[in-house]
Design a protein around this ligand. Structure first.
Ligand code: GCU
Length: 426
């Protein structure tokens, strides 16, 4: 038997083991967020915005995820259903099909589901995200249309889609969200990129590229960028809805969709708060720790490489050589608020690596006079920490639950009440 070694050191999957021991993490140095490619140190928020931020953004575009797709020539919002007294009068529910169209005749659609608080006074803030399967996972309600059939549920497999109804209801604490005055808007991630390696032809990329180009673009585009794009298109939709306050947008996501939420929030400055739940490797967690999942195993062993640019697969073997680590991705959100959550039993996602990443993004938040996380010591389970960068280690498994949403809404309350206060002071 060969000696067991870590993924990063050998390309042979048979030799890979997952490291769950802090002592076995290889020594690493994190790239300095405040030192530019030319070696100059920046010390102002202006230099961050003008010089350093574009460098870090370009790393994530040019090396890891690829640029987000462009805009379609046209987006039309078709309301396909309306329910006024949903959730015992708490909500107004709307199903909206977004038609993306190009002048050359190509088109694509995504099905969004919106819950608005029924008794709101004035315009409401909104949580925007993606679902793993169809929208019907959010509730057992049989009147919610089946969506998201383009993915592994199979093109026309209504039976499978129906069997998913309500299966993620715990991840949608709708009553609590609506009672606190927030709207929630989501669509299936499959509507933007079917979550499988051969999903390109059915993805949003098919709107912009011909079939024969889709193979080539995999080297510079990715599933995660398609999902992040989808979250931003939902933000466009939100901003067209009269009941929603288009200046109070929150993006959120769990796991692979937490990675997408962070990438969406890094790109789209309309999101005042970016909520990132159990996003792990390729999301909030530091790649250089090689604890739990690694970038290389994601790309090569578990066939999730399509979440990244194809030319990143080889580079992912040597995380120590990457120009940037994931604390840089969190820093791209600055000065807007970011809330990073982990779960105690979610070792695969490296909870401490997620915390450290949020902690190390702090140098950039400080440039803006914002409050970073104070200590490199991870707070104990159940004890939320921080404000502008906030963190929660939830007790339990890899999931997104009411406890997570409560903290996200607390973070949103903090931001939006200060915006309202500033407005009334003017
Ligand atoms: C897998 C994958 C993770 C991902 C997770 C999820 O576990 O390895 O990177 O976050 O799926 O999306 O549920």
């Amino acid at each position: 038997m060969p000696e067991k070694i870590y993924y990063c050191e050998n390309e042979d999957p048979a030799l890979w083991v997952v490291n769950y021991e802090e002592e076995k993490i290889p020594p690493y140095t994190l790239p300095d967020l405040l030192v530019c490619r030319d070696g100059k140190r920046i010390s102002s928020s202006r230099d961050w915005r003008e010089k350093r931020r574009p460098e870090i953004l370009s790393f994530f575009e040019d090396v890891m995820y690829g640029e987000l797709p462009g805009l379609p020539d046209e987006a039309e919002y078709e309301t396909v259903s309306r329910k006024e007294n949903d959730l015992n009068g708490l909500a107004v529910r709307r199903e909206i099909r977004i038609h993306f169209r190009m002048k050359n005749g190509k088109s694509h659609f995504a099905d969004a589901l919106l819950f608005l608080p029924a008794k709101a006074e004035g315009k409401v803030p909104v949580f925007i995200g993606l679902t793993f399967k169809g929208n019907q996972v959010c509730s057992p309600d049989p009147s919610i249309r089946l969506t998201g059939l383009r993915g592994d549920a199979g093109g026309t497999d209504i039976k499978t889609a129906e069997s998913l109804r309500g299966t993620h209801a715990r991840r949608f604490p709708l009553k609590e969200i609506l009672s606190r005055g927030y709207a929630i808007l989501f669509a299936s991630c499959h509507d933007f990129f079917p979550d499988r390696s051969d999903g390109w032809e059915e993805s949003i990329y098919s709107l912009f590229y011909d079939k024969n180009e889709l193979e080539k673009i995999q080297w510079e585009r990715s599933g995660l960028s398609a999902w992040a794009w989808g979250i931003s298109r939902l933000a466009d939709l939100a901003q067209s809805i009269p009941e929603i306050d288009g200046t109070r947008l929150v993006c959120y996501g769990h796991s692979r969709l937490g990675k997408a939420s962070l990438w969406a929030g890094a790109n789209d400055e309309r999101f005042s708060l970016v909520c990132v739940n159990d996003s792990g490797c390729g999301g909030a967690a530091l790649s250089r720790r090689l604890y739990g999942e690694t970038l290389f195993s994601m790309c090569r062993k578990y066939n999730m490489g399509y979440w990244f640019r194809r030319d990143f697969w080889e580079k992912s073997l040597h995380v120590e050589k990457l120009e940037m680590d994931q604390h840089g991705l969190i820093a791209l959100v600055a000065p807007r608020a970011v809330a990073v959550h982990s779960a105690t039993e979610d070792r695969w996602a490296d909870p401490y690596g997620e915390y450290l990443s949020a902690y190390h993004a702090g140098s950039v938040y400080r440039l803006f006079g914002k409050t970073p996380l104070e200590s490199p010591v991870q707070p104990p389970p159940g004890q939320p920490a921080g404000t502008d960068i906030s963190y929660l280690l939830r007790e339990g498994k890899h999931d997104i639950l009411l406890e997570d949403f409560q903290q996200y809404m607390d973070a949103a309350d903090r931001i939006f009440s200060s915006i309202t206060q500033k407005r009334s002071e003017k």
